[in-house]
Design a protein around this ligand. Structure first.
Ligand code: GLA
Length: 521
């Protein structure tokens, strides 16, 4: 039962690629992620809007949040993308060019990006498809699509959220493709996030445009977490499960887990629902001051493993039992199945989860792993009985075997390498970054894409679950100036054989003085 579906899936996905998206030329017929290999699992990170609104979004907040994200263990659990939302980041100068707001971001938007990259995180920025952003505090891209996308590339954004305010006379299905083309022309691969709140039904056409799209209105106003609003978003998003998959995700908005006003059970439930719906795990709370309980929820790697599963299936409600909802239909990369029992009601719920609910033969003998209690039971035939408190969940992983491998969780020590070469006495010409997998398996060696500039070579060496990317530059013959390259590497998940999200990092070389001498390492 476990082997066959994997093979069938691989063949099916291969056919999809060949028949559905392999015909080439027409960008509208291709998944956006086919071109860049990005977001093959739901993006994970943090955006400030839910907690802070516009105030105080600034460099200090972003840097303190980076520290909080690292300190809390969220980075080690896979959270990567971070940056300002509508944080009064830039204005447009008289010549039409975007210029950073240095009062709020003294290092400039490129400087902030460099800081984020050097912490081993990825840089997220925000803009709008209309004339102005929602509060009108920042310019939108309308009429400046190509130059703005160039600015985001120069600031080294790895993720761009494109909002939908002030778009009178525009339609999402014509505007966002134009922005896609402008962004592709700017040349920097990034995760492209459509934020039209479901307007224009992006799940029907946007897989060739972006990697994720909002399916709903805002989950809350700044600082005002609302369980009721979150439930409305879940209800709408649940219906769209067929549209999600690797590289193209339904986005029911940033999370509110850990914001004030929610109980521990509600926080756990919301996070479990986001994991089960293969939703982007963008935290929206204040990461600088989290309770232990919030940290434990946001960093539960077994729950994250469900979300980051390489098959990328969005679970759905398969059955209701009284007030309780049984969510399933989410087969995982090792042949196991995720099942969520969610009790939105007011009284405790007792539910029997049948093997059939979980996608197995009714006669199957199964192991069940409780992903919040971190306990495995079984093997047993027949139903699994769970009792769930009001507003709480049981998140289970059910399998014919007793092993529950975690899919890859990729963590880098840095996404930027900087070389300084001064005339003929170039000093440090080899530098490394390390990339480790906090999932279960050792990965195959990362494959670096061809096409690096002549001055750069990269070799990858493994050591257990860490791989080292050694970057060597040769300045011989280079004139003074600044040189930049983006390194791309690909890998595959060893159990399922499915492609993993591509890894990108920046290499900067500064040559000052005369042309550099021969490389010294
Ligand atoms: C919209 C988006 C929010 C946030 C705000 C900023 O409402 O949906 O996520 O970006 O704009 O104004």
């Amino acid at each position: 039962m476990t082997k066959l579906p994997r093979i069938v899936t691989a063949v099916f996905m291969g056919l999809l690629l060949l028949v559905g998206f392999g015909r080439g030329e027409d960008p509208a017929a291709k998944l956006r992620s086919d071109q860049d290999g990005l977001a093959l699992t739901p993006p994970m990170g943090w955006y400030p809007w839910n907690e802070f609104g516009q105030e105080p979004q600034n460099e200090k907040l972003i840097k303190e949040t980076v520290e909080g994200l690292v300190r809390s263990g969220m980075k080690e659990a896979g959270y990567t993308y971070i940056g300002p939302d509508e944080g009064i980041c830039f204005s447009r100068d008289a010549s039409g060019k975007l210029t950073p707001n240095l009062a709020r971001y003294p290092s400039g938007l490129r400087g902030l990006g460099d800081y984020v990259h050097q912490q081993g995180l990825k840089y997220a920025l925000y803009t709008d498809a209309g004339t102005r952003t929602c509060s009108k505090a920042m310019p939108g891209t309308k009429g400046h699509e190509f130059e703005d996308m160039k600015a985001f590339a120069e600031w080294r954004a790895d993720y761009l959220k494109v909002d939908w305010c002030n778009t009178t006379g525009q339609t999402p299905d014509s505007t966002y493709p134009k922005l896609r083309d402008a962004q592709l022309a700017a040349g920097r691969p990034l995760v492209f996030s459509l934020c039209s709140w479901g307007e224009g039904q992006p799940w029907k056409w946007a897989a060739s445009v972006g990697h994720l799209w909002r399916t709903t209105g805002d989950i809350c106003g700044p600082g005002k977490a609302s369980w009721t609003a979150a439930m409305k978003n879940v209800e709408a998003n649940e219906k769209l499960s067929a549209s999600a998959g690797p590289g193209h995700w339904n986005d029911p908005d940033m999370m509110i887990t850990g914001m004030s006003g929610l109980s521990e059970a509600q926080n756990r439930s919301l996070f479990s629902l986001w994991c089960m719906m293969a939703s982007p795990l963008m935290a929206g709370n204040d990461l600088r001051s989290m309770t232990e309980s919030t940290i434990n929820i946001l960093t539960n790697r077994e729950a994250i493993g469900i979300n980051q599963d390489p098959l990328g299936i969005q679970g759905r409600i398969v059955r209701k039992d009284g007030a309780a909802e049984i969510w399933a239909g989410k087969r995982l990369f090792d042949g196991s199945q995720a099942v969520l029992v969610f009790n939105p009601g007011e009284a405790p719920a007792q539910v029997q989860v049948t093997p059939g609910d979980a996608g197995f033969e009714e006669s199957a003998s199964l192991y069940a792993r409780d992903l919040w209690r971190h306990q495995t039971s079984g093997p047993r035939a027949g139903s699994i009985r769970v009792t769930v408190a009001p507003k709480d969940v049981a998140l289970l992983r059910i399998s014919e075997t007793s092993s529950f491998p975690l899919p890859p969780i990729i963590v880098a020590d840095s996404y930027r390498v900087v070389f300084h070469a001064s005339g003929n006495s170039a000093q440090k010409l080899a530098q490394a970054i390390t990339v480790k997998n906090n999932g279960s398996s050792e990965l195959p060696l990362w494959t670096v894409s061809p096409g690096l500039p002549a001055w750069l070579s990269v070799t990858v060496t493994p050591s257990g679950k860490t791989q080292t990317f050694s970057n060597k530059v040769s300045v011989a013959g280079l004139g003074r100036g600044h040189y930049h390259a983006v390194v791309k590497a690909d890998n595959r998940e060893p159990i399922s054989g499915l492609p993993m999200s591509a890894l990108y990092y920046d290499v900067d070389l500064e040559v000052s003085g005369a042309a550099g001498g021969p490389a010294n390492r």
